[in-house]
Design a protein around this ligand. Sequence first.
Ligand SMILES: Cc1cc2nc3c(=O)[nH]c(=O)nc-3n(C[C@H](O)[C@H](O)[C@H](O)COP(=O)(O)OP(=O)(O)OC[C@H]3O[C@@H](n4cnc5c(N)ncnc54)[C@H](O)[C@@H]3O)c2cc1C
Length: 459
Amino acid sequence: MKEELLSQLAKIVGQDYVSNRPEELYLYSRDPGAQKPRRVDYVVMPKTVAEVQKIVMLANQEKIAITPMGAGLTLSALTVPLKGGIVLDMKRMDRIIEVNEASRYAVIEAGVTQAALRAYLEKNYPHLQHSTPESPPTATIVGNILIHGHGHLTPRYGVNSQMVNGMEVVLPTGEVCKLGSCSVSPQWFSRDPLPDLMGLFLGWLGTTGIVTKLSIQLFPKPSFRDLLIFSSDSVELIPEIISELSQINLLENCFIITQEKPKWAQHIFYIVVISGESEEEFETKKELHNRIFQKHQDKVAPVNEEPAITPLRERFLGVPPFAATAADFRKGGGFEYTGAILPIEVIPQAWQSGIEIAHKHELLYQLGIQLLPNGHSVMLAYSYPFNRADEEDFERARKALDDTNKLTLELGGVVWKPELTAQKLILEKMDANTRGLMDRIKKTLDPNGILNPGNWEVS
Ligand SMILES: Cc1cc2nc3c(=O)[nH]c(=O)nc-3n(C[C@H](O)[C@H](O)[C@H](O)COP(=O)(O)OP(=O)(O)OC[C@H]3O[C@@H](n4cnc5c(N)ncnc54)[C@H](O)[C@@H]3O)c2cc1C
């Protein structure tokens, strides 16, 4: 049976792009995060939409699971199948189909990576950019958007999933469907004013359809860009500063971070990214932001000196910022973070409890806030490094992640990109009618339950 299915898959994508060899399945049965490996039966790499359709139809016929995968870098094992079956690796669908300069969008295939679009724009449209996450450059744009990811332009222009103008999706039953303006026009320029069907696929963790193309908004790239850095020891002040920053609403990006090592980093650092097209605009923005922090000079100081200034500038000035410095405190190559989407007023408690949770599990704390659009909420990332070769260390990180996710929900927040255990915690807390609606949507779209089953398992 296994070999027969393999040869049917090979007929669709070609011998070279399907495998059930253990050494290849090994790579797909785990991700870089702290979750345990799981079984994969086949990996398939389609090149065209028609191939995706045929694979989906075959999976329906054989009642076998399909897990869509971009780069598999969420760290929460969302592309490691919960019920075996096929991993559908989208990397070969890597065309940048169109860039519309006037309406500022790019139409891309699902396998296009952050680095590929960035390099393409730098070469051909140097005045345009997309909102780039801190994730490794091989992460896909579609994978990031489908989990409601955040990029370097998020505080200013929106969560990355808000930057979608349209999609092409292969439904779990095999039909191809277009969403947004591209469903009535050759132009992929707008999500409005039609009924917003994008929500049937955003945040669903690959359980409702396979996105094959997507239109993402692009933004002007400013000529001037720099960081203002401040430090403080007052956790209580964070909500007030966020409110004042959003009052003027002129920043490009803002991080609020602390970490246990090295020792100088044990303060609260505000990293404010300022950009502007003219020098005058840039200098005015700098001045206005400096004023906010000067107002609190009894509790906040500018950071201009070593040992902090060089490492912070090196980490945060680039696009994307260099997140990997957070990854390897234990010198064992393991790191996972859980993201808490939080209302502003609970930040002080979420911050302090995060430090306590890390210490309870004998881990080093590392906390980082990214401001979400207009300062209405934040993503607070709690990072836990572990030594991959040390099973006890691994287990400590998993327990710390669980405790953190419980904390997030207790504080009235929502866990972002949740792994299986966190999905269950969310569903337990969710309004029963909302759960029921999710169940109906999933069953209607995917009657055989073939897409990434086990995730968002409502019934
Ligand atoms: C060091 C580090 C820093 C990070 N920083 C950030 C950050 O700043 N901002 C941020 O948002 N994230 C960040 N991340 C998290 C993550 O890496 C990114 O969100 C990444 O862009 C996810 O893309 P991916 O291609 O790896 O998605 P995947 O993990 O492959 O997929 C994500 C989800 O989407 C589904 N999926 C993927 N492709 C498709 C498709 N074509 N159709 C249907 N479903 C699909 C998968 O099944 C899965 O559920 C970071 C990760 C690391 C390791």
